[in-house]
Design a protein around this ligand. Structure first.
Ligand code: SF4
Length: 252
């Protein structure tokens, strides 16, 4: 079969078909595939961690709040000056919202973020003795710390596997890798924690975030560069996996 074929109307060459591995059919096959995905992610990203620079759980909480709708790079440009100006939660609790909003203006949505950070600081100072709490139930009572943010802080700052961080990358890739059929982050996390071993939860989130910022971008993923290709049958794959004698290829 030729690698390309001509479109009858346009005369242009059609791209070659993208071959995909057969979907697992049994629970054992699905479990083996998840194990293979985790092993490959460990090989691709052995030592990944959160890209937000911080020196304490409180700084990570603030940085994570600032990272909403903003790049980690921009947040990392803003936080050194911010933490020099306000070294402790007590300092943030005492600042006027308008003043803090101007300090964090370049991260976008600065009024809401300033309100959340000051609210978080007051809650942590008044109810948790100035220390970021270490349980998901307590941390999710802090303004600005919804479940995703709480999982980031507990996992990265404390090494506590409270759940799996489901951001936009984890959401997209979990669907592409058929680890869930859900689109709601809470339901995606519920599915992931059932199939990912707890000791992998923290690293798995970081690895998918790196994969999503690397080859598995939102539009036109670079599947030819991705080592998960032989395990992936995403609908929008852009390249076939390398030929494997044990792989049965299908085009649907
Ligand atoms: S093969 Fe393509 S779609 Fe699948 S995980 Fe890799 S980059 Fe994403």
């Amino acid at each position: 079969m030729p690698a390309t074929s001509k479109n009858a109307k346009s005369g242009k060459s059609a791209p070659p078909p993208v071959f995909k591995p057969v979907k697992p059919k049994t629970a054992a096959e699905r479990a083996a595939r998840v194990t293979a995905i985790l092993k490959t992610l460990d090989e691709m990203y052995p030592n990944v961690t959160c890209a937000l620079t911080h020196t304490s759980p409180w700084e990570l909480l603030v940085a994570t709040i600032l990272s909403a709708q903003c790049t980690d790079k921009r947040v990392n440009e803003v936080t050194p000056g911010l933490f020099a100006k306000y070294p402790t939660p007590h300092d943030f609790a005492a600042v006027r919202q308008e003043t803090l909003a101007q300090d964090i203006r370049s991260t976008g949505f600065f009024n809401n973020k300033a309100k959340s950070i000051i609210g978080a600081a007051k809650k942590i100072v008044n109810e948790f003795g100035g220390e970021v709490p270490r349980t998901i139930d307590e941390l999710t009572t802090v303004p600005g710390a919804a479940r995703k943010t709480a999982n980031v802080v507990l996992g990265t700052a404390f090494g506590i596997a409270s759940g799996i961080v489901v951001d936009t990358h984890v959401q997209r890739l979990s669907n592409r890798l058929d680890l869930t059929k859900e689109s709601d982050p809470v339901k995606i996390e519920r599915d992931l924690v059932k199939i990912i071993p707890r000791d992998k939860w923290i690293q798995f989130s970081h690895q998918l975030i790196h994969l999503g910022r690397g080859p598995c971008v939102a539009r036109k993923p670079k599947c030819a560069e991705c080592r998960l290709n032989p395990l992936c049958y995403a609908a929008d794959k852009t390249a076939s996996p390398p030929v494997s004698p044990i792989m049965k290829a299908v085009t649907k």
